[in-house]
Ligand binder design. Structure first.
Ligand code: ATP
Length: 273
């Protein structure tokens, strides 16, 4: 691919991709192109392979078949092109890292600090902390922050290297509604101002409903991609799970009734080994 072609390449391109662990197939035939600035929500039962998809995009998990390119490159080559907000983990209050140090790790996680002279590094960290509204937290120990504040810091860490693609793995878990709104608005604002593409794994579509361009739904080794209305409807989900699922629209929210708890329930429903 030429440099010009790479410059106009999609933020993420998966073609005919499949992933399996041993005999267990998570998904197959997955083709998905995510354009700069696009917001794609990834939904599906526990164990359907959402986090594994993010791991593949990060270059940490090899595909079984198919191809995967990030901004025109194989994922292992240009890790700065991808920002990653991992699933929430409890941070011990005694962890001796300040917020600004945690954010700085987003600049040197892959290169151990090379290429970032001190003043430029400091400026970048200050700018991204301001962008996520966390300037006043900069010198606090990370472990003393609330869950919502820690999540802002994780987003700042993911954005500090100015990635072309932002991967978020259930960043709203255990946040109250106000923090959920803050986090989703932050992510949305970034993709609007910087054309950062967003792949956002979530169990709950409603908090991201105002922002989502397309949905990728994984279930029972299969998938559907399309607009919210094309994917989150009774006919599509019933077909995907092989059992009756009701999708109700009420008060501007979407309620899905009858979902199996886990991907293996969905496998049984579909008769998949
Ligand atoms: N390295 C691995 N080796 C074998 N099996 C794995 C590995 N990583 C994940 N799995 C299994 O693959 C399945 C999919 O895991 P994954 O974490 O991608 O699902 P998920 O959709 O993100 O689930 P959740 O919604 O619970 O976070 C799970 O059953 C998990 O146990």
């Amino acid at each position: 691919m030429t440099d010009a072609a790479r410059a106009s390449a999609p933020a993420l391109a998966l073609r005919d991709a499949s992933l399996r662990y041993g005999r267990r197939r998570l998904w197959q035939g997955l083709s998905l192109q995510v354009e700069p600035g696009e917001f794609v929500a990834v939904l599906g039962a526990n164990g359907s392979g959402k986090t594994s998809l993010l791991r593949a995009v990060l270059g940490l998990q090899r595909l079984d078949t198919g191809t995967l390119m990030v901004a025109g490159h194989p994922p292992q080559q240009r890790r700065d092109d991808v920002g990653y907000v991992p699933q929430q983990r409890h941070i011990d209050p005694l962890v001796p890292l300040r917020v600004r140090d945690v954010v700085g790790q987003g600049l040197d996680g892959h290169r151990w600090g090379t290429g970032w002279p001190r003043p430029g590094r400091r400026r970048r960290i200050e700018a991204v902390l301001a962008a996520v509204g966390a300037t006043r937290l900069a010198d606090m120990p990370i472990g003393l922050l609330s869950g919502g504040e820690q999540q802002r810091v994780r987003i700042a860490q993911a954005l500090v290297a100015d990635p072309k693609l932002l991967l978020c793995d259930e960043p709203l878990l255990s946040l109250d509604m106000r923090s959920q709104r803050t986090v989703t608005a932050l992510v949305d604002s970034r993709r609007r101002t910087s054309s950062t593409a967003v792949v956002f794994v979530t169990h709950e579509i409603n908090p991201v409903l105002p922002y989502v361009d397309r949905v990728l739904y994984l279930a029972g080794g299969q998938f559907r991609v399309g607009s919210v209305d094309q994917v989150l409807n009774s006919a599509t989900l019933s077909e995907l799970y092989g059992m009756p699922i009701d999708v109700l629209h009420t008060g501007g929210r979407i309620v899905v009734v009858g979902l199996p708890e886990t991907a293996s329930d969905a496998h049984h429903a579909l008769g998949v080994a």
